[in-house]
Design a protein around this ligand. Sequence first.
Ligand code: 13P
Length: 245
Amino acid sequence: MKRNNYVVANWKMNGLTSFVKIFNAINKHLVSKKLNNPNVIVCPPYTLINTLVSSKKSKVMIGAQDTHELDSGAYTGCVSSEMINDLGAKYVIIGHSERRQLFGEDVELLSKKILSAHKHGLKVIFCIGELESEIKNRKSILMKQLKSLPKKLDHKKLIIAYEPVWAIGTGLTPTLLEIDSIHASIRDILKFNQSFAKNVSILYGGSVNAENANNILSLENVDGALVGGASLKPRDFSKIIDYFS
Ligand code: 13P
């Protein structure tokens, strides 16, 4: 079975109301080229979800960048999966390294967040990746991070994004050979006990741009990209999308 391809924009904490223009440009590109592959997902800050979801004739799907593990309650400033779903977003990023590092999110918490997202019908884009100091122990780090995932799952509810932390926003990437073999080994790790291993899409993230996307996205074991900085430049992001067409 052919795995689904995705190009996902993670806008992080960037997204004034004027950023709707960026979204419209990306959408216009998809519509004008009549592209059905890849699936394109934009994950804006919470504050823009409603506006982007309401955008007419959109071919772009919308996701959130994080969720709380509980449904509701006295948790000032937090947003739950139920609320994200209520706004009409269909995806949520969980386990981004910025959440793990800056907010201390661990395997147990992330596991709860995944369950909560699935309970409320959101598809999860689950991020894993090693720090520069962990490169030598990469496999065991990835194995540990993957323990947040439930064992049984419809593969359509999950996308995995491999993002080496040292590659995020630095202009550095692993070599193509490394990316391909790391992706293959992620699938191997999952095959040990996760039923969805064969069909789940595994994206690469970390300094993907209009120049390197072609080579990265043509790797056999790479099913798409999770893009930060370049996703805020519609021309560059459109070029990345075009590598699939
Ligand atoms: P950059 O593409 O800016 O390196 O960011 C990657 C990322 O963190 C996407 O989630």
